[in-house]
Design a protein around this ligand. Structure first.
Ligand code: FES
Length: 186
């Protein structure tokens, strides 16, 4: 090893002090900070490597968690879930429900005697909750005056460019079931 190469701060090298006295006879400041300037680069690199390993591990754990969540979400969509009884909603009324996850809020609207529609109620612009305005046939977003067609979920006005995610429904045995989520780009 050349003389310019930083020396690893192994235990036996830390006790090599400029005056040659053992560590117990060194001033308190040297006992508190036993790393010399020449070893500083090595320590910095070692700390940096530790830091990078820690960041990488956190990143991998985060990615794993996201993958697990999305896997669960997809599986959750496959099973139909009862969200309301038909007689609970009069024509023109709407109800909030959560699908496929417990934090995914959606709107169920009874648009006609036999017509039920459901959408994610997260505005496709910046995720504000939309509210139904059944008489005008729209879903309205109060944040930036966006509006969506109640029949299709497509944007009609304001900044939103993408339709609302549609919740697929099935009506049977007097109940309305959510069976899946259809994300659309146009
Ligand atoms: S968040 Fe809905 S219009 Fe902006």
């Amino acid at each position: 090893m050349s003389q310019d190469t930083p020396t690893p701060p192994t235990a036996h090298l830390r006790v090599l002090t400029p005056d040659g006295r053992p560590p117990t006879q060194q001033p308190q400041w040297r006992q508190d900070f036993p790393i010399d300037t020449a070893q500083d680069n090595f320590v910095a690199r070692r700390e940096f490597t530790k830091f990078m390993v820690l960041i990488s591990a956190s990143f991998v754990a985060g990615q794993g968690w996201i993958a697990l969540k999305s896997l669960r979400g997809k599986h959750g969509e496959t099973g139909p879930r009862a969200i309301a009884r038909v007689d609970e909603l009069a024509v023109g009324q709407a109800a909030l429900f959560f699908f496929p996850g417990e934090h995914d809020s959606c709107l169920l609207v009874r648009a006609g005697e036999d017509e039920f529609l459901a959408y994610s109620n997260k505005c496709s612009h910046l995720s504000c909750p939309v509210t139904p305005d059944v008489p005008s046939g729209k879903l309205l977003c109060p944040c930036h005056h966006g509006s969506f067609d109640l029949a299709t979920g497509r944007p009609l006005a304001g900044p939103p460019r993408r339709p609302l995610a549609r919740i697929l429904l099935e009506v049977r045995d007097g109940s309305v079931y959510a069976t899946g989520v259809k994300e659309r780009t146009i």
